[in-house]
Structure formats: C-alpha cells, structure tokens
Design a binder for this molecule. Structure first.
Ligand code: NI
Length: 179
C-alpha cells in the first residue's frame, strides 16, 4: 500500500472538527491505523492524527523510544487513542517548542497544560486512561487539537517564538541541524 501524503497547513479539512469513531475491531479502523503508523514512521514523527492524512475521525497515534525530531525528550509508550477526552490537572500552562508534520520545517513555542488526565479507547474499543505530564502531556494535547481542527500556531502567544528549524536547531538542541 502506498504511503499517504501528510496534509499541510492551509488545507481546509485540517481546520474541521473530526467525528467520533463508532465502529471498533473492524478492517476500516485497522487500515486507518496502519496508514497512520506508516506515515508517522516515514516522516519520523512522534505522533500523528487521522485528519493529517485526510480522515476526519477522532483517532490519534503517538509514542517513541527516541526521536531525531525531539532528541532531548524521554520515551513515551506507543499509543493508539480514539475518541480522546483530556482533563487538565494543572491550571498552569508551560511553554515549549513544538513542530508538526502539517507545518513542516518550522518550530514554535506553545503553551500547554503541564499535567493532564486523558482517556479514550483503543482500536478494539477498550478503555485507555492515563495521567501524563511534560512532553507526554504536550504531545497528547497537540495531537488531540488536530481533532478539533486546531494547529499549534493558533495556540502560540508570541509570533516571535516561531521560526524555521534549520535556523533554530542548534539553539534549541545544541547540535548541528541535519535535514
Ligand atoms: Ni501536528
């Protein structure tokens, strides 16, 4: 099966609210998850949401052992999360750098809740419930925003904290940028 392209910012469907999944343990959902995994692997992402490959359903996948795109972050278990619900556990938001496969080549500083509770189901409809903080919490908030049609630049406080990763990489990570 061909690997699908990632839709880029400006595509209208990325700004739409995605619909709840109602059928589980079925070929259509398994195929969608395989497509998401293939695209995430090919692009080297740490997470991806179904609308990014043109499917406006409430499905995200995320997780990594180590990431070239986020070299200083600790591993997050690979997770398939469907129909997610996030509850913030802090009032405080913290700012840190994010990128997005739909906003290629750029990084921006985004405020997110430092700690969250999230729940949802997996592809079999089985419940998932976790508490997450720091980058894990940030990833979940970023991916779930895609399901509400929100891209990270819309969350940013200051457009001065937005730039090309090829320019900013050394400043962010202290290593030379490799494209
Ligand atoms: Ni994204």
């Amino acid at each position: 099966m061909a690997i699908l392209p990632v839709l880029k910012m400006g595509t209208l469907s990325l700004s739409k609210r995605s619909l709840e999944v109602t059928e589980f343990s079925c070929a259509k959902l398994y195929d969608l998850i395989l497509d998401l995994k293939d695209v995430m692997k090919k692009e080297g992402g740490v997470g991806i949401a179904a609308p990014q490959i043109g499917v406006n359903q409430r499905v995200v996948i995320f997780g990594f052992e180590s990431s070239v795109r986020y070299p200083t972050e600790k591993p997050v278990p690979f997770t398939i999360l469907i129909n997610p619900v996030i509850t913030p556990l802090t009032e405080e938001k913290v700012e840190d750098w994010e990128g997005c496969l739909s906003v290629p080549g750029l990084r921006g500083k985004v405020p997110r809740y430092q700690k969250i509770h999230y729940k949802g189901v997996n592809e079999e409809g089985e419940a998932i419930e976790r508490i997450a903080d720091n980058f894990h919490a940030r990833m979940v908030q970023h991916e779930c925003d895609h399901l509400d049609g929100i891209l990270y630049p819309e969350r940013m406080n200051n457009m001065r904290d937005f730039g090309f990763e090829a320019v900013m990489w050394e400043r962010l990570y202290g290593t030379p940028y490799k494209s």
